[in-house]
Design a protein around this ligand. Structure first.
Ligand code: NAD
Length: 283
């Protein structure tokens, strides 16, 4: 049976450490503050935003929410971001996705000042990640790497396979693993012979959004399985992209859903907000 990679407990320990760093910042009159922009009423986004605000509250990070109407114009959205870019009391800006289709999310991410881009989606920060330079890294892939490191799981030289090529998870995940010297393959909906590829993975990261997609016969025995997916099964319960009950019998390590990458993602957001506040250019 696989060892469970306990993201909830690991994230709690990380938050404890961050709390101390935040106290130190406050002693220097730096009061970290996060601004969160949400457009429309997406129910899942509301839960994510609530979890982020709870983490801020727990750590003593100031928090300001901007709830925009579904029909807001691109110009209004960009104006708000520019206003927040200028505000000296705000260290981090996060635009919760998804946003309505009439808005250009890439343009919005581009407008967030790279130094305040706690989600790591500004093309400058993405470019730095690709070049292997120090930067703000998008929170979910960052959380995956941190969880592996906290469990002393080596990444260097391993065959890593990522399923999913979204801009927010799959692609930055590819570069995070590559920067740690893994040999990385990225798969997506057009990949041929997926199972043949996933069976070569020492580390398999799954981020597609389909319950129980990865089955026992798709994984290499004794491999490390990271399940990023957050879905609802037929009974309405939260589940990942991996058939956990079956795959845990063959893997050496596996993340649960919930309690795996979800809490790590939020802990990394807190890590990023501390980083932006420490850089201190805006307070
Ligand atoms: P997305 O819909 O943007 O991308 C899904 C990716 O999966 C695409 O690249 C697509 O090519 C690939 N895909 C779809 N069907 C496939 C198939 N049959 N075979 C191979 N590849 C396939 O999704 P996303 O935003 O990257 O999110 C993926 C999952 O991760 C979702 O369940 C989401 O809720 C979850 N998520 C979790 C966290 C967290 O904090 N744990 C953060 C972000 C996203």
């Amino acid at each position: 049976m696989a060892v469970i990679l306990d993201g909830k407990e690991t994230a709690r320990r990380i938050r404890e450490k961050l709390k101390k760093n935040i106290e130190k910042l406050k002693a220097k009159n730096i009061f970290p503050k996060l601004a969160v922009i949400m457009v429309g009423e997406d129910p899942a986004s509301k839960i994510y935003v609530k979890n982020k605000s709870k983490a801020c509250e727990e750590l003593g990070v100031k928090y300001e929410e901007f709830l925009l109407k579904e029909d807001i114009s691109q110009e209004q959205l960009l104006n708000l971001i520019e206003e927040l870019n200028k505000r000296r009391d705000i260290h981090g800006i996060l635009l919760q996705s998804p946003i309505p289709k009439h808005l250009d999310i890439n343009e919005a991410f581009k407008t967030i000042l790279p130094e305040k881009d706690v989600d790591g989606f500004n093309p400058i920060n993405v470019g730095k990640l690709v070049l292997g330079q120090e930067t703000l890294i998008s929170c979910t892939p960052f959380g995956v790497i941190k969880l592996l490191e906290e469990y002393n799981i080596p990444i260097e030289g391993k065959n890593a396979v990522v399923i999913g090529r979204s801009n927010i998870v799959g692609k930055p995940m590819l570069h995070c693993l590559l920067n740690k010297n893994a040999t990385v393959t990225i798969c997506h909906s057009k990949t041929q012979n997926l199972k043949e590829i996933t069976k070569t993975a020492d580390i398999l990261v799954v981020a597609i959004g389909k319950p129980k997609f990865v089955t026992k016969d798709m994984v290499k025995p004794e491999s490390i399985i990271i399940d990023v997916g957050i879905n609802r099964n037929e009974e309405g319960k939260v589940c990942g992209d991996v058939d956990f009950e079956e795959v845990e019998k063959v893997a050496s390590y596996i993340t649960p859903v919930p309690g795996g990458i979800g809490p790590m993602t939020i802990a990394m957001l807190m890590e990023n907000i501390v980083k932006t506040a420490k850089n201190g250019k805006f307070c």
